[in-house]
Ligand binder design. Sequence first.
Ligand code: F6P
Length: 547
Amino acid sequence: MSLDITATSAWQKLRAHHGLVSDRHLREFFAEDPERGRELTVTAADLYIDYSKHRMDREALRLLVEVARAAGVEERRDAMLRGDHVNTSENRAVLHTALRLPRGASLIVDGHNVVADVHAVLDRMGEFTDRLRSGQWRGATGKRITTVVNLGIGGSDLGPVMAFRALRHYVDSGVTARFVSNIDPADLVGKLAGLDPATTLFIVASKTFTTLETLTNATAARRWLVDALGEDAVAGHFVAVSTNAERVAEFGIDPANMFGFWDWVGGRYSVDSAVGLSLMCVIGREAFGEFLAGFHAIDRHFAERPLESNAPVLLGMIGLWYSSLFGADSRAVLPYSNDLGRFAAYLQQLTMESNGKSVRADGSPVSMPTGEIFWGEPGTNGQHAFYQLLHQGTRLVPADFIGFAEPTDDLATIDGAGSMHDVLMSNLFAQTKVLAFGKTAEEIAAEGTAPELVPHKVMPGNRPSTTILAPKITPSVLGQLIALYEHQVFVEGVVFGIDSFDQWGVELGKVQALELEPILTEPQAPARQGDSSTDTLVRWYRHRRGR
Ligand code: F6P
């Protein structure tokens, strides 16, 4: 029987306290508690996290932690980390944290040390990528491989593509990567443009090896290769990443060229498994090892720190404070780093596929809104697009700002004297300040603003944000950031009482697309499928396609 957290006294105390503080302004919180900007912070590995600009006092934070405890966050966390089947609807362990345990560690699950398996695959990946990067692995014509093309979707794409962009400065051996995910042929066609089959290697990444998009793209890629180099070229130009050796062999990829993982790695938690092979190809096994070490540093923080100073717990509970008690629907993720341009997209799958659920683990309906809508774009681009709504709109949108001390690139400012990176970061700090404290009508009027313009210029403030700072985007820091969000998702999921590790909601659409496809294409297929909207849309499409 799942716990309904709203029925606990911890929740009732939290809700009552929310009633007392929800109308208060951040200006007041800071005035009466001047140390909060220094003290409501936490350091987790290399991440310095400021959560002082949230609409809560210290009592609210204490009560949030009490709720986390009442929900059993500590017990559930420990159960996950030791390999209990916390993915109950699929009866599976959830062990992405085992993917980053150091060599020599031991985690016995069902009588078996999974860490040894993990490192055996990492070693094979390392050997393969060493050969590829050194030019020892040659394509069918004897040329070295210069581009790997990852064919995968969802968790088999979003992590590697995000990390490849974030770590572009670590691409160091003349091997680059492209990523194809969509069944829209524009994706594959666009990504193959300009590539030479003789120097291209495809990584077919699919946990199940049944995903239509990936298998369709892999088949089309194989045709492209075979047309140019012949059937015998496939062995030297295709490798696979999957849990399904049988389907990989059926597809025609030599199982010796398959890199495995396990059903206890969820797709959206798999960038640190063999799914990261494309990333390892471009950054090398050592940097990939640092990436894993970054995840592990946060895993340890999550496992060991008391809830009161546990970054994923605090941030997850703060997320819940807004979504459950203020009714905020979304959370903006605003990295002040162009290199993190795909981070929000990555987090969308991680957070929304995990916590977008309506029933608790026992099938009973949830009693509060679940699954914050994650979205965002890098700053400063977003400032010139949607920040207007963040500052003066009627909706409450808590935001995570992410910034770095050291730039990945820097250039001089207009006058040649300053650093563009400093300008970028001054924008980050200014935005969180303006969001929190705003500008009052009195302050605006005092500047001589025409009275009729004053209401338009008022900046209400009281818009909450978290600021996450790190020294620099390195493989380790990227791993830390990802793990920080992975564990927040977990914490929120435990309080909701849901299974954060299944994704049944994506299945029906896949089935119906398969049913509809022949109706779009076959001349004799009946146009009627049942509802008048879909029927009319299909007829419109068939007509345009001359069918
Ligand atoms: O459709 C959703 C999903 O199952 C995701 O959870 C997963 O990451 C993605 O599809 C790809 O699945 P696979 O790696 O099995 O191809």
